[in-house]
Every structure is written in C-alpha cells, then in structure tokens.
Design a protein around this ligand. Structure first.
Ligand code: PDD
Length: 282
C-alpha cells in the first residue's frame, strides 16, 4: 500500500513530498496539526478533528486555506489513495514560506501538508496489563489547548519517560495533574471518573470527549475538575486516552502500582465500550 502525501493540493508518494526550507513550520514551528486515524477502513471523528484544527489555526491567527468541507474531501481522497484499513492521516498547517524573520508576513500563504500511513496496533500487553508512567513537572507554555507543532517540551519529557522505562510522562503543574505528553489522563476513584477540565493547561482531546460521553451513557459520575497530585497517587484506577492508542490503563506511577497493579473494572468497561464505538477488534 502506498504511503502518500498531500502538499498544497498535490498528492505525491510520501518519499517525494517536499516543502521549502524557508517554511515557517520548519524554521519556527509556526503551525498547528491534527492526527486522525481510521479503524478498519473508516476514518474516525473527522469533523471533530477539522473543528479543532480550525480552533488551533484561529488561535494563531492563521486562516484555514480550505473550507472545512473541502478539507474533509481532501482528507478522504488522501485516505483512499493510501488505502490503509488501520491508518493515520497527519494534517499540518503552517504559516508558509517567507524570508526568515520573527514577524510573519501580513498575508501569509499557508502550507497545508498531509500524510497517510499505516498505524500499528497497540501491543496487546499494554492494553491488558497496562503501562507504566512517570510524573514530571509540566514545562510547557500557557496555551496547551492549541495543537501546536512546537512539541519540544513534549518530546524531551517523553524521551525521559522512555529512558526511565515508562511509556509516558504524566505532567504536574502547581500540584495538579494536567495530561500526558501526548495523551489525556483520567482517574477513577469511588466509581467516579475525574479528568482535568478543558482550558489552556490541556489539549481538549477528541478521545477524551468520547470517553466522557461513554461514561455519561453508563451513568458513571463524571468530574471535569482539577485533579490534585494526591488523588493521582491514591486512585485505584488511572488511564490515558489519545487518538493513536484509544484507552490505555496505567498500572504503575513512578514505580508504584496503581490499585492492585492490574487494570481496574471501570477502565476495562470503558476500554470495551470504546472498542465497540470504534468498531475495532476486541
Ligand atoms: N496527540 N494531549 C496531548 C498533548 C496530545 O498530543 C494528544 C494527542 C492528546 C489526545 O488528544 P486526542 O484524543 O484528540 O488524540 C492529548 C496526538 C495523537 C499526536 O500528537 O500524535
């Protein structure tokens, strides 16, 4: 199956896709992105991703070069060309090519790049046994709600987590949990689901929204409120969410088992419900 890319309206083999070295995305990280996935041949939550891209772009004063319907059509076309049943479409919008200076041109010509590739499954053990995380101070900026391509802090923190033998770093700001470097975080305590509220400290995850909706359908109590570090440390169940991995139980935090050290009942229930929602195999 071909890995393909879209560069400002043209679809080419991924290996042949090119952007200028003077693109502001390359030189300044001046851009925003989305990662969309498919399950068994169907793209998942495309309108939600496009809406979030629009919000991110508006937040950095960058108009979308395509109307949402046209972007949707371009995403669908690229996905069909790639043909990966379980695939990922990466969408990146930058402020385009201009001679390098911090102040952007008044009328930028944005660069829209997309790639289509396969997306491997989560290792089954990660889902059934859960993953280990470490905690770290959240060293990111004050607008984590923007899905910016500036991911240096996230990369450094993820690298540190991996070096510590952990899957993810869970980030702490002023005694509160914010999120993971590339995931949102949920805590289950006394049958209640806690997750930090939307706002500038976290990315409003699309998987997070799905999990909240599923939990409400199941009549679980849901609290979108600050999660103190203390709650994270005593909670019997913790899990992460992201487009790439769905729901992932956390069974070790800083080397300490979460609850029994196995994924909890509510987490397992939500994993099963989410699999039903996405039509992914059990
Ligand atoms: N990242 N928080 C951060 C900082 C993220 O980077 C992501 C996802 C999420 C989860 O959002 P969603 O459920 O909409 O995927 C939360 C993507 C997958 C990435 O950067 O590859």
């Amino acid at each position: 199956m071909p890995e393909v890319a879209y560069v400002n309206g043209r679809v080419v083999p991924l290996a042949r896709a090119r952007v200028s070295v003077e693109d502001r995305g390359f030189q300044f990280g001046d851009g925003v992105y989305e990662l969309i996935r498919s399950y068994q041949g169907r793209l998942f939550r495309v309108p939600e991703h496009i809406a979030r891209l629009q919000r991110s772009a508006a937040a950095i004063n960058l108009p979308l070069p395509l109307a949402p319907e046209a972007l949707r059509a371009a995403i669908d076309r690229l996905y069909q060309r790639g043909g990966f049943p379980d695939g990922q479409i990466y969408v990146q919008l930058t402020r385009g090519v201009a001679p390098r200076q911090h102040l952007p041109p008044d009328e930028p010509a944005p660069t829209l790049v997309m790639t289509a590739r396969a997306l491997g499954p989560v290792p089954e053990g990660d889902r059934t046994q859960g993953v280990a995380v470490i905690t770290m101070p959240d060293i990111r900026w004050g607008r984590c709600d923007i899905k910016s391509i500036n991911l240096l802090p996230n990369i450094l923190m993820k690298q540190q987590a991996r070096r510590a033998g952990a899957y993810e770093a869970v980030l702490l700001r002023d005694g509160r949990v914010t999120e993971g470097t590339s995931s949102n975080l949920f805590v289950v305590e006394q049958g209640r689901l806690h997750t930090p509220p939307q706002g500038p400290e976290i990315l409003g995850g699309i998987t997070r929204d799905d999990v909240l909706a599923l939990a409400r359908q199941l009549r679980l109590e849901v609290l979108e409120a600050p999660v103190p570090e203390g709650l994270l440390r005593v909670a019997p169940e913790v899990f992460l969410t992201a487009t790439t991995v769905g729901l992932l139980p956390v069974t070790r935090i800083d080397g300490v088992p979460v609850g029994s050290g196995e994924p909890g009942e509510i987490t397992k229930l939500l994993v099963a419900e989410f699999r039903q929602l996405t039509g992914s195999s059990p």
